[in-house]
Design a binder for this molecule. Structure first.
Ligand code: HEM
Length: 376
């Protein structure tokens, strides 16, 4: 290939550098959260390495695409609330590459989940003989195959050693591939998704047999061990008559082809931003919850839309179904600021009475609805 004349090369280099600076400015968030952990040299080096002139001018476009840097990645702005009068499956296909997500909150949430796991292993880690093969298969899929491939600037695999370039920690994946509890703890230290293993029961159904659950929104994992999709959802109003058959049909048709589907779940958390909630934001009369005499007074500054991106996929070897939950929090002030206050208010109002009660609407609706509709 003929090399460029020096004057043309100089112009191309100047254009490339200018575009790089503009792209970086556009991508850089205004408020990247600080973390106590050290910044990553590996990412910096890789980025610097990209500022080269490509062999042909057309390559300049790809030369300015920076490698993935979680610090510049905003959280996905899912807004899953919808005006509808019934519970719904709401399942859609998504690319397999979109299974695990990283954004600029990564370190903060790893820093929040690890102490939760260490302090509460009896609630956060679920493992038994039935789920052991599925947990080990999940571990290999996520830690050995998925994250090094999709986030090479964050995870590096050298033989049996996985390096998390962000936290500067190393993990012996060979050892973890034989020990299900260690496998779950290693997942917890590296990705912020929670995982629930629904294992085949040999009778044509799937049952919860294992989990790593650091950010449950009221899900008491140990008490649900051994339960089917139907059993788990017994507290959910209208689940049985509306979607239980559809869910069972859907899971029986799942294949081991790696197809990933997602759905969303949302609730309002009106008393702070903590992610670890064993006694969640739902109303359970069977647990002794009672309705207040009148709506509670709410501090809007403490109100968050808490929503979960839930994905399902079947593992090829064990045919366990992995229910993967990624949590997002957006303050109600931000919901209003971005212009979605009325839409959320409409969604809250449209819920049938029992579902509204289940999401604790009578507890907070007076102040929250006033705020969403008028931003008082
Ligand atoms: C196809 C799969 C599934 C569908 C369609 C589904 C659907 C639903 C729906 C409609 C609700 C209530 C409304 C809402 O908040 O969105 C719900 C709640 C819930 N789901 Fe699922 N779900 C599925 C799988 C699972 C799995 C595998 C688990 C756990 C391993 C799970 C755990 C829960 C929990 C804990 C709740 C709240 C119930 C409670 O308060 O105890 N779901 N689900």
């Amino acid at each position: 290939m003929a090399s460029l004349p020096p004057w043309l090369a100089a112009i191309c280099l100047s254009i490339t550098l200018t575009v790089t600076v503009i792209v970086k400015k556009l991508r850089a968030p205004s408020g990247v959260r600080q973390s106590s952990l050290k910044p990553i040299e590996v990412v910096e080096k890789a980025e610097a390495g990209r500022l080269k002139l490509g062999p042909e001018p057309t390559i300049a476009t790809s030369a300015v695409t920076p490698p993935f840097d979680f610090r510049h990645e905003p959280p996905r702005a899912y807004r899953p609330f919808k005006t509808r009068t019934h519970v719904a499956m709401g399942i859609e296909k998504v690319p397999q590459s979109d299974w695990i997500q990283m954004d600029w909150g990564y370190l903060d949430r790893i820093n929040e989940r690890v102490p939760v796991m260490e302090a509460n292993p009896q609630w956060t880690i679920g493992v038994n003989d039935t789920s052991t093969p599925a947990i080990l298969e999940l571990f290999k899929e996520v830690m050995i195959e998925h994250v090094p491939k999709h986030f090479p600037s964050m995870f590096r695999l050298d033989g049996d050693i996985l390096t998390n370039c962000i936290t500067q920690q190393t993990f012996d994946v060979e050892r973890a591939s034989k020990d299900p509890a260690l496998a779950l703890r290693t997942l917890c230290r590296n990705v912020e998704e929670d995982f629930y293993l629904m294992c085949p029961d040999g009778q044509g159904d799937w049952r919860l047999q294992g989990f790593i659950s650091c950010f449950p929104g009221g899900f008491d994992g140990p008490s649900r061990m051994g339960m089917s999709f139907r059993d788990i959802h017994l507290p959910v109003p209208h689940y049985e008559e509306r979607i239980a058959n559809g869910v069972d049909k859907f899971v029986r048709r799942m294949k081991v082809d790696g197809q990933l589907v997602q759905r969303f779940n949302w609730s309002l958390q009106v008393d702070g931003k903590d992610l670890w909630r064993l006694d969640g934001n739902n109303y359970y009369p069977e647990k002794g919850h009672t309705l207040p005499e009148e709506p509670q007074s709410i501090d809007i500054g403490q109100c968050w839309l808490r929503y979960e991106r839930q994905t399902l996929k079947m593992l090829p070897e064990t045919q366990a179904i992995v229910f993967c939950v990624r949590l997002y929090m957006t303050s109600l002030r931000d919901i209003v600021r971005e212009g979605n206050g009325v839409e959320l208010a409409d969604a809250i109002e449209s819920m049938p009475e029992k579902l509204g009660l289940y999401k604790m609407r009578p507890f907070w609706e007076k102040d929250v609805m006033a705020f969403l509709r008028h931003a008082v």
